[in-house]
Design a binder for this molecule. Structure first.
Ligand code: NOJ
Length: 738
């Protein structure tokens, strides 16, 4: 099974030649067969499915992970069909297979390409062992609405962060050589704009002007295409009246003509037939026509292509060249995966799932995916040697399934190490722990266990509350309108606080939450996306100072739900608020019929800032930024310049910090965001160490889609900021000259 590495350019020509000669041998029906994906899913191949594969009417299957069944499916395709084309075997391997990494929203908190790539590599190896050769990840939808359940699968609110981490995930899944038995094809989804669903209701309509589409939502997809992603999936949603699955502008004009994408585009689950439900097409035949002509190569699960494409070609409505192109895109990926050489899977040739390497990657990923939101009076880390007793309270302290998060079809909860188990095994015997679940689930309003929780808190030296959301509260079709801690958790925090003990909240969630009603009730908050299999040991490492938190928020945490959408890279507006211009409800003069400070863009009851900004995250060390500078204060288009600042670890412990570069383009042919992330670096500093952090930025990095919707850097003035969050004030200025 070993592969030799070949020159990529010659490989492309070779693959294209092989695609062309295979297409020349195929009938129209066989080509259309490649364009159909069927669901298997129950470790059983029905006769009608076997017949369809033998007849060359299936190009791909999904949801089968029993390797013996997968090998049987491949045998039907390779040995019993006329042309012998192996199958793409798809599965949602979203953040791990058996070994579960933090949810993507959690991984985004690491701001670390390396750990995202490493986690994806583990996932690819474990999935490949089951015969899976294609995953539907990464999801790189820019997500600015925390009500949306699928924000859990995203890298958050920022197109640059999503581009960087999305590309790292693609690299981890596909590896250097996609034909290696340890690699699987990635799928960037959902093309495009799915995250902009109205009111965060999954599947709801999106209305995205072209300029915003290009400057925000398409950017991570362009990065993924440039990074070599093999496949893309369309979005379920309606975009400005034309659902993504029939959107010729996105699928042809942008993806093929502008970006030269030569991989395969798959629909989402039955989203072709849903064109009728959207009200775009009259019947499934029209839906097949719209999707195929728009550029969807493969239909996931539905049967509109299988039933109608051949007839549409025969009637002269669909050009046979279009079918050749679609089938060719699919075959190209099969060749690149090396499936024609190695269609079968030998699980024994791959490392076993859950091995030491996989678990240590999962642990490291979880450690780096924790954000220390606040840490008053240095409540954290806890010093185990000075504690006699510790109360561990809450519905997520010992919830092996919930800590895995959403989309874990193959995740094994029995492998999970919970915070309760990890803390008990890591603490010295001298520390007594008392565990009170207090609420049966995160949603529960049953307060019967609260007295016991308060009693445990009173009799302990410190309290750790394990709060958040169960896994089922986020993910596909799991949106929430209220994003406070669910159930009676806020009440639990208030009651436990009565004990007057140092109180730490560990929050595990599938989305940004509104924490205004608990933030002042606790001394420290450690905030995580569902952390996966090794969440417990990672949390224990962080609580007891074996590791220092280094995560940063990939999305703003709103004060209240009415502020949504709230994201750092907003436009300035014509009436921007400042702390001086904001008058909150309680301060309004009862005798005035106007605000004394003028009228600006903010909420009377929430102000204009989030509770915690994008990029925020504290450390047990103290990091200070100073002396921002430029190598020169002007550059021409086509040039680069270096922006740098001193980063100082003003503490007595070694720790890592994510230094961030933001740029503001002061004016443009279209208005520009108040800040945009343009670079970030994870830096580890010794106690007392001072290091110059440098970012090189070129005029291409300043390019945006202007009034003509073309990508260009426009000369003008820029501000640059370096710091530990999007709220940093450390600023310098430069000019871009023509
Ligand atoms: C629907 C989801 O939207 C998509 O992300 C997923 O990959 C498919 N179902 C397959 O499960």
């Amino acid at each position: 099974m070993s592969q030799t590495s070949r020159d990529p350019a010659s490989l492309t020509v070779e693959v294209d030649d092989r695609v062309a000669s295979l297409l020349a041998e195929m009938t129209l029906a066989e080509k259309i067969g490649q364009m159909s994906q069927i669901n298997i899913g129950d470790s059983y191949i029905h006769d009608y499915q076997a017949d369809a594969i033998r007849a060359g009417r299936v190009g791909s299957v999904l949801n089968e992970v029993d390797v013996r069944v997968v090998n049987r499916l491949q045998r039907l395709a390779v040995e019993e069909s006329r042309v012998g084309i192996p199958l793409l075997v798809g599965r949602d391997v979203i953040h791990g297979f058996q070994t579960v990494m933090p949810i993507p929203f959690g991984q985004a908190m690491s701001w670390n390409h390396d750990i995202v790539r490493a986690g994806a590599r583990v996932a690819a190896r474990e999935a490949a062992r089951s015969g899976v050769n294609w995953t539907f990840a990464p999801m790189i939808d820019v997500a600015r609405d925390p009500r949306w359940g699928r924000i859990a699968e995203s890298f958050g609110e920022d197109p640059y962060l999503a581009s960087e981490l999305g590309r790292a995930m693609v690299e981890g899944l596909q590896g250097d050589d996609m034909a290696s038995p340890e690699s699987i094809a990635a799928c960037a989804k959902h093309f495009a704009g799915y995250g902009a669903a109205e009111s965060g209701r999954d599947y709801a309509t999106t209305n995205i002007p072209e300029n915003e589409m290009r400057n925000v939502y398409l950017r991570p997809f362009k990065a993924a295409v440039d990074g070599g992603v093999s496949t893309l999936m369309t979005s379920f949603s309606d975009i400005d009246g034309v659902p993504a699955t029939a959107n010729e502008f996105l699928l042809r004009e942008v993806l093929r003509d502008e970006w030269n994408f030569d991989g395969l585009v798959v629909s989402d689950w039955d989203s072709i037939r849903q064109l009728c439900v959207h009200g775009l097409t009259e019947n499934d035949e029209a839906a097949a026509f719209e999707a195929a002509t728009a550029g969807v190569d493969m239909e996931m699960h539905g049967d509109a292509y299988a039933r109608f494409l051949e007839g549409l070609v025969e009637q002269g409505r669909v050009n046979p060249a279009l079918i050749d192109a679609a089938a060719g895109n699919i075959l190209r990926i099969k060749f690149r995966l090396g499936l024609f050489e190695n269609p079968y899977t030998d699980p024994e040739a791959l490392p076993p799932p859950g091995n030491a390497d996989a678990l240590s990657t999962a642990r490291e990923a979880a450690v780096e995916s924790a954000v220390l939101l606040k840490n008053e009076h240095r409540a954290l880390p806890l010093d185990a040697s000075s504690l006699e007793s510790l109360a561990l309270i809450g519905p997520l302290a010992d919830a092996p399934r919930d800590q895995l998060g959403t989309w874990v079809f193959d995740g094994d909860p029995s492998m999970s190490i919970t915070p309760l188990a990890a803390i008990r095994s890591q603490l010295p015997g001298s520390v007594a722990t008392e565990y009170v679940r207090a609420l049966p689930t995160s949603r529960s309003r049953d307060v019967a266990g609260f007295d016991e929780a308060v009693a445990a808190a009173r009799s302990s030296d410190a309290v750790i509350l394990f709060l958040g959301e169960e896994a089922i509260l986020s993910g596909e079709a799991h949106s929430r309108a209220d994003i406070d801690l669910p159930g009676a958790q806020v009440e639990l925090v208030r009651r436990v606080r009565e004990a007057g003990k140092p109180t730490i909240a560990v929050i595990m969630t599938g989305r940004p939450l509104t924490l205004s009603n608990v933030v002042d009730q606790v001394d420290a908050i450690l905030f995580l996306g569902h952390p996966g299999t090794m969440g417990g040991p990672a949390i224990a490492d962080l609580l007891f100072g074996v590791a220092s938190p280094s995560g940063k928020l990939p999305a703003s945490l709103p004060r209240m739900v009415g502020q949504i959408p709230i994201y750092y890279c907003q436009k300035n507006t014509g009436k921007p608020p400042t702390p001086d211009t904001v008058v909150l409800l309680d301060d309004i003069d009862p005798n005035a019929d106007q605000l004394s400070t003028g009228m600006t863009a903010y909420h009377l009851d929430a102000g204009y800032e989030p509770l915690f900004p994008f990029g925020h995250g504290l450390s047990y060390a103290l990091f200070i930024y100073e002396n921002i500078g430029l190598c020169r204060d002007e550059m021409h288009i086509g040039e680069t310049l270096t922006i740098s600042a001193d980063l100082i670890n003003a503490s007595d412990r070694k720790a890592a910090e994510v230094a961030q570069l933001y740029v503001r383009d002061l004016y443009g042919s279209v208005t520009r965001p108040v800040r945009e992330l343009k670079g970030f670096k994870r830096v580890e500093l010794e106690p007392g160490e001072r290091r110059r952090v440098e970012f090189e930025i070129g005029s291409d990095d300043l390019a945006f889609y202007g009034r003509d919707n073309r990508l260009a850097a426009e000369p003008g003035e820029f501000h640059a900021y370096i710091g530990g969050s999007s709220a940093t004030e450390l600023m310098t200025a430069f000019r871009l000259l023509a």
